[in-house]
Design a protein around this ligand. Structure first.
Ligand code: C2E
Ligand code: CA
Ligand code: CA
Length: 403
């Protein structure tokens, strides 16, 4: 893992020189080799804009002169920076939480926060995420992707599929798998979904893309079933697809063609997209449920659905955003949100999935709170279909031995 860290380029933005030195010290201790530190946001933005510099991770303070952290994040979002961001601050946890949410709303890839004074253990927690980043895909994107590039890429079948296991908390069994996509770009490298999904949505290409993904997921499920592997398969769907009146029919037909049981399929839609389009997605959601297909509200806690909206949406699962899960062990606000979400879901007789379970401590906490399912780097990263088949076998074996 440490050798991956050595390939990443870090940019530290903090006006306090002693903090800079401390962060550099900790990063070096983890194996980092490329670290640049600056003392204000404006210089950092200039550096991020330059073509010749390339940063994978930005660590930034919130309280800074010249440009504060919140303003800085807005500028970073305008640059469409795709690397990871770690927030650093001595400010109140609630302010940190708000900044975190703001950054997520800007589509920034926030992977954690560190409170000041800095404890060495804080870096340990984000180590796994950083290790995963460099293996997963390139975050760096020089220049924006054009419409033509996206059309050609997606027509050219350059999409790669990866699968991440979902574990049943009470038994440790594999209950399902989530399908995630990557774009194997001929010149830019392997790109993560945040580089092309929002663009495909804007250009009206998302429905074709989703249908292709669904088809692939169903045929992969059929292969696994023929090997005797039985679990649910979850697919991410944009609200635009749900607005298409024949979307439910398409899934039902695909499931039938591949002999996949509808109740083994879960459609994940983010809370923020759902509540933006509640009226126009309701017909499809209801028809999916009529056909026994599961519906999960993804990134729950970040979209601010009201109780009234939740009552109206026919869903079966709440997938708690990883921000609340990974912060819960050291932040009482995140923990309260996690706790009350699990309680709410129990009262509504819904399943809960904690995403972003990264450490043993995260796992122990969600077990204690009574979450139904867990997903995250603690179990494994998203992997290819073949890797997943092998992973499944070895996990089951281990599990049977333990049981
Ligand atoms: P998501 O549905 O919330 O998916 C989970 C994301 O968190 C994935 O990132 C996964 O790699 C990452 N992840 C999993 N475990 C951990 C963990 O323990 N810690 C951390 N820090 N991260 C973890 P990925 O693959 O980059 O996907 C990002 C988002 O892109 C997804 O978020 C999903 O909303 C969207 N997406 C991915 N594939 C598709 C797709 O085929 N169609 C659509 N419409 N959206 C997709
Ligand atoms: Ca998801
Ligand atoms: Ca999610």
């Amino acid at each position: 893992m440490l050798s991956h860290i050595s390939n990443l380029h870090f940019l530290v933005v903090d006006d306090d020189v002693s903090t800079q030195a401390l962060i550099i010290h900790h990063l070096k201790g983890l194996g980092a080799k490329h670290i640049t530190a600056v003392d204000n946001g404006q210089i950092a933005i200039e550096m991020l804009t330059q073509e010749e510099t390339c940063f994978d991770v930005v660590i930034c303070d919130l309280r800074m002169p010249v440009m504060d952290g919140v303003q800085f994040l807005r500028h970073v979002a305008e640059l469409k920076f795709l690397g990871a961001i770690i927030l650093l601050s001595a400010v109140d946890k609630n302010i940190l939480q708000s900044a975190y949410q703001l950054a997520q709303a800007h589509n920034l890839n926030i992977i954690g926060s560190i409170s000041k004074p800095i404890e060495p253990s804080a870096f340990k927690k984000i180590l796994k995420t950083l290790g995963a980043m460099s293996k997963n895909f390139h975050q760096k994107l020089l220049g924006s992707i054009t419409e033509e590039e996206l059309r050609n890429g997606l027509n050219g079948q350059k999409l790669k599929y990866v699968f991440q296991p979902k574990i049943k908390v009470t038994t440790g069994e594999i209950s399902g798998v989530e399908v995630l996509t990557r774009w194997d770009h001929p010149t830019r490298g392997v790109l993560g979904p945040m580089t092309y999904i929002p663009l495909a949505e804007r250009l009206g290409l998302i429905s074709d893309l989703t249908n292709g993904i669904l088809k692939h997921a169903m045929s992969q499920a059929k292969v696994w079933m023929s090997q005797g592997l039985n679990f649910k398969i979850a697919i991410n769907v944009s609200a635009d697809s749900l607005k298409e009146h024949d979307f439910a029919d398409f899934i039902v037909a695909m499931a039938k063609e591949h002999a996949v049981k509808p109740d083994n399929i879960i459609i994940e839609v983010t809370e923020s997209q759902l509540i933006r389009d509640i009226k126009s997605t309701m017909e499809t959601l209801t028809r999916l449920r009529l056909n026994n297909i599961g519906v999960s509200i993804d990134d729950f806690g970040t979209g601010y659905a009201t109780m009234e909206q939740l009552k109206r949406i026919p869903f079966t699962e709440l997938k708690i955003d990883r921000m609340f899960v990974s912060e819960a062990t050291n932040d009482s606000t995140a923990r309260s949100i996690l706790e009350s979400t699990v309680e709410l879901a129990k009262k509504l007789q819904l399943q809960t999935v904690a995403e972003g379970v990264e450490t043993k401590e995260d796992w122990t906490l969600i077990e204690k709170l009574g979450c139904d399912f867990a997903q995250g780097y603690y179990f494994d990263l998203p992997m290819s279909a073949n890797e997943f088949g092998a992973w499944f076998m070895s996990w089951q074996e281990l599990h049977q031995q333990a049981g």
